[in-house]
Each structure stands twice: as structure tokens, then as C-alpha cells.
Write a protein that binds this ligand. Structure first.
Ligand code: ADP
Ligand code: MG
Length: 352
């Protein structure tokens, strides 16, 4: 069931063009206010976007032909951040509600609900009401309730963000299981969710998709500034010059090109902070990039320290920070092997 959408909501300055292939999970990633929830609401029919939304060749909304399919007739289920269960119904009746509304008899709907409660590990709690369940348990019931309607497409908005840290990993694992083979759009700002749950990722920033592709590509070779920050990678922009990246200030970064780029074309270089080392003087005799930089920030990063500079971030040991006496404003030399610098053709800086 391929979901296609080419939509715009001028009032929120959101405009996207998305395709989700049958059985695939697309993660919509992006900072707060990027427009992720707005896109889901438009796909679900809770907002009226300009443009078209279609499931295979069934048009769900099209402002051109004035086509509009009501939310409950779309075959699309929306799973929100909060479980939002019916408070007066027990878990079983919450899950049976959708199947009942779709014409199943009371007995059939109860059997459907029992099957889905089992799937999410909530059989023992079938007769509890929402207020008798923990946040994680409520979210399990909400997942069962969404799936019991047998949606052709599942939309999931930040499903773990309302949960405490202990409950999140279990629900993430449950989602990994139930989302496999299901056509899904998953909104998240967590890189781990994208890494574990998504086949493809679309990175949104300020109402636009700024990068899209297979999850591994977007997380390892991001093409947007947000995507790089999100993936914890350095992204440097410039133009191609003799197989290297020439920065606006004249500095050169040597790397490996993913595909040939003509001199003068925009390129982006992606470098992992773990591949960058810090020195006080230029190391000599090695086939490395060594670049002057100024430390702008030092912050804890697991067992290491992430040293941000005006050029690249580097992850170094606390011992190295002490030995080099690093502080904000330190003048340093960054060294990185050319083989650790991945160059690829980039869009020009404006991402419109
Ligand atoms: P995200 O889910 O990525 O955090 P949203 O889709 O909620 O972002 O928001 C996108 C834009 O729409 C933001 O500029 C936000 O301020 C605006 N917005 C969100 N909700 C509403 C609303 N109910 N009415 C008007 N504007 C809204
Ligand atoms: Mg949101």
C-alpha cells in the first residue's frame, strides 16, 4: 500500500512531498516545530492540506479535484504521543472499540481484542481501566487499539516521549516487532528510534524535507546540518577543488569522494568526531588533514569529552583534555585522515 503525499499547509509554513512504499517504515525526523506532527495530521485527514494524498491509486484528498475522504474512512490509524484511551472502558473494550465500529459482532470484536492484547503482552490486564495501568501499559493498549482496526497505514507520533526511561526500551522493542512489514510513518526526534525502526528517513527542518534516503545513508552520510547534528556527525560545506573540499575561508579538507564532483560544485564533507584528533601543533609527515581551529565548547559525551571547535567536533579522552589544557578559546590543530572524510555532492546552502 504505497502512500504518496504532496501537500502544503500555508498557515503553518509546511510543505512536503513524501512516498512510503508498501511495508516500509519512514521516520520523519526533525527538531521541535519542524512540522512533523502537522504532516501526520494532514495524512490522517485531521487538517486540510493543499495538494494531494493518495493510497495506491485511491485519492484521499486532492484540492484540485475537491476530493476528500473522511479520517475514519482512510484506513489510516494515528497513534499519538499520549495513549488517550477511553477512560471509562477497560483495556479489552478499548481495543474492541474499533473492530465493533467496523461491523464486527461483540464476540468477534472481543476475540480480535484478545488477539491484539496478547500481541502487546497485555492479556493479564484486559479488565483494567486506563487509570489502573502504567504509562507504558497504556501505550501498549493504544498500540493494540490502533492495530486492531487493521489500518493500511499506521502513523505514529513520538510514541515513547511520554514514557519514563524504563518503559521506553520495551515499547521500542514492541514497535520494532509490530511495525515490521507494516506501512508506517513514524515521527521522532530520537536518532535511536530512526536507527532501530525505520527503513527510510526524511529529515524535516522549518517545514521542509531537507534530506531523505535510506536510514543508513542518512545517519552515516547526512546531507543536512540538522541531520548531521542529529547523527552526531560533523558536516562541512564548501565547493569541490581538485578532489578536496574548499571552504569559504580558503581552508582545504581532503577526503574520499562518493561520486565524482566537478570543480566548483557544492560539496559536503561528513566526518565522525571519533575520527578527529586534537593537537597543539601541526603533526608532520602524515597523510592527514591538519587544520587550525579554536575550541568553542567542551561537553561530556559518554566516557569521552566532545570538543567543539569553529570547524569540527572531536571526541577525546578526559586525559587528553587535561594534557592539552583545553578550554574555550584554545587554539588547536585538528587532524583527520583523508580516508575518514566522506565527500559527496551537496545541494547549495539554501535548501528550499
Ligand atoms: P513538530 O511536530 O515537528 O514539533 P508541528 O507540526 O507541531 O511540529 O508544528 C509545525 C509548525 O506549525 C510550527 O511552526 C508550529 O508553531 C505550528 N503549529 C503547530 N500546531 C499548531 C496549531 N494548532 N495551530 C497553529 N499552528 C500550529
Ligand atoms: Mg510534534
Amino acid at each position: 500500500m504505497t502512500l504518496t503525499a504532496d501537500i502544503a499547509l500555508e498557515s503553518r509554513d509546511v510543505a512536503v512531498d513524501l512516498v512510503v512504499e508498501t511495508g516500509e517504515t519512514l521516520a520523519l525526523l526533525g527538531p521541535n516545530g519542524a512540522g512533523k506532527s502537522t504532516v501526520l495530521a494532514a495524512l490522517a485527514g485531521l487538517l486540510h492540506p493543499r495538494g494531494t494524498v493518495a493510497l495506491d491509486d485511491r485519492v484521499l484528498s486532492d484540492t484540485g479535484t475537491r476530493t476528500w475522504v473522511a479520517p475514519h474512512d482512510r484506513g489510516i490509524a494515528l497513534l499519538a504521543q499520549e495513549a488517550r484511551l477511553f477512560p471509562h472502558l477497560d483495556a479489552g473494550d478499548n481495543v474492541a472499540f474499533g473492530p465493533r465500529a467496523r461491523g464486527q459482532s461483540r464476540t468477534e470484536a472481543a476475540a480480535t481484542a484478545a488477539r491484539w492484547l496478547d500481541e502487546v503482552g497485555m492479556t493479564a490486564h484486559a479488565h483494567r481501566r486506563p487509570h489502573e495501568l502504567s504509562g507504558g501499559q497504556q501505550q501498549r493498549v493504544a498500540i493494540a487499539r490502533a492495530l486492531a482496526t487493521e489500518p493500511r497505514v499506521l502513523l505514529v507520533d513520538e510514541p515513547l516521549s511520554a514514557l519514563d526511561a524504563e518503559a521506553a526500551p520495551e515499547i521500542r522493542d514492541l514497535l520494532r516487532r509490530v511495525l515490521a512489514e507494516r506501512t508506517t510513518v513514524l515521527v521522532t526526534h530520537e536518532v535511536l528510534d530512526a536507527a532501530l525502526l525505520a527503513d527510510r528517513v526524511a529529515v524535516m527542518d522549518a517545514g521542509r524535507v531537507v534530506d531523505t534516503g535510506e536510514t543508513t545513508r542518512v545517519l552515516s552520510r547526512p546531507r543536512s546540518d540538522f541531520g548531521a547534528r542529529f547523527a552526531g556527525l560533523n558536516l562541512v560545506r564548501g565547493v569541490a577543488s581538485d578532489g578536496a573540499l574548499l571552504m569559504a575561508d580558503g581552508r582545504l579538507l581532503h577526503g574520499l569522494a562518493e561520486s565524482p564532483v566537478a570543480d566548483g560544485q557544492p560539496v559536503a564533507a561528513v566526518v565522525a568526531p571519533s575520527a578527529v584528533s586534537i593537537h597543539l601543533t601541526h603533526p608532520h609527515g602524515s597523510p592527514r588533514n591538519s587544520l587550525d581551529a579554536v575550541v568553542t565548547e567542551l561537553e561530556p559525551h559518554g566516557h569521552l569529552v566532545r570538543v567543539r571547535t569553529d570547524l569540527l567536533s572531536a571526541d577525546v579522552t578526559p586525559a587528553a583534555v587535561a594534557e592539552l589544557r583545553l578550554h574555550r578559546g584554545s587554539a588547536v590543530v585538528l587532524a583527520v585522515k583523508a580516508t575518514e572524510v566522506h565527500l559527496h555532492p551537496s545541494r547549495p546552502l539554501s535548501l528550499a
